[in-house]
Design a protein. Sequence first.
Lengths: 195, 195
Amino acid sequence: MIGVMALEHAILVSLLEKPGSGYELARRFERSIGYFWTATHQQIYRVLKRMQNDGWVDVRDVPQQGRPDKKEYSVADLGRAALASWLHDPTEPESVRHDLAVKIRGAAFDEDPAALIREVERHRQAHQDRLARYLAGEERDFTGPEASAAGPRTPLDAQRELQHVVLRGGIAYERMMIDWLDDVLATLARFGPDR
Amino acid sequence: MIGVMALEHAILVSLLEKPGSGYELARRFERSIGYFWTATHQQIYRVLKRMQNDGWVDVRDVPQQGRPDKKEYSVADLGRAALASWLHDPTEPESVRHDLAVKIRGAAFDEDPAALIREVERHRQAHQDRLARYLAGEERDFTGPEASAAGPRTPLDAQRELQHVVLRGGIAYERMMIDWLDDVLATLARFGPDR
DNA sequence: GCTTGCTATGCAACGAGTTGCATAAGATGA
DNA sequence: TCATCTTATGCAACTCGTTGCATAGCAAGC
């Protein structure tokens, strides 16, 4: 069997980067980690419970003032081992799912091509927005004096560099999508006037 | 509610392009359509049955020689209408799922960085292979005299053009991934020697 | 006092997708 | 003859992911 159930592993990585509650994890899955892995809070709570039963994470009750108490999770030795084992196992490249591509091919059988143009423009805007968010995050987190400083390299440098290269992947993806959607719009424009 | 259950719609598009059996559809989902939407034969048979019950497709028993008989499905009026309605509904941009990205960020907490390098190289190879397949398909299906011929445009031209622009999207995606994985490998190389 | 909103956790039901297995007809080759 | 491969269809069980709903504490504004 090859590479399944990655939500556990995404949570382990996130908790290694910084321990936190289910709620905080859900927040992270809306940004940062969420750039390449999505999860809702229900899913996270359910998986956290299972991970706790399996001894992958430890829990600590943290009383808070001005807001409800929380349970702070951190990675246990068993969790660390599980992550390492998964890291060393080969994973299949993701299978792609693009319903926009289905729609584009479906448009050949549609009476109203203008509808698809609007839809493609909506998607283009969404990717443009994401790109702007990613670039702002890069500016915020990965520029400045320490970014290219000389000197001895620490494990924290490695962590930063790896986060950065993943973010660059997100940026490259959004740019590619915007270019492709422009290609789609140009193609649709070539066919629109004739019909 | 916004855009769910797209397998039905992918099947409708494929059957509009050419009627066929569940088995044939499963084959198409390993190439062509499969470039942007995956499905196993069990899933396809189950969904075809539901679509038949809903009156979206018609079935015709086709006896064959030298092999088992098949059921050939084609799109009914209700199916055409269902597809049109889905095409005109907005769909959310796909949420991304890249377990390789999880692994890369996880590598910051791993003792053995060489394992990740091997994994990234495996993925790079897989994307290289897919790119070669796509380019071969483009060469086969979208070059030649009729590709850029002048003259009146038919619905078939539109169908071809739309298939082509979707394929170009796949090509752009694979190229972007290969470039990014090179970036990842270069980043890992910068950190490897130190540790 | 009431509503609205944010933090924080959770259950129940459902739909989507995967995996393993079963069946059956004919083709191919040892 | 027997095993294996390809075409062709399907069931059952399971996991994964989403949606709707519920609860509860505290804050802010009307």
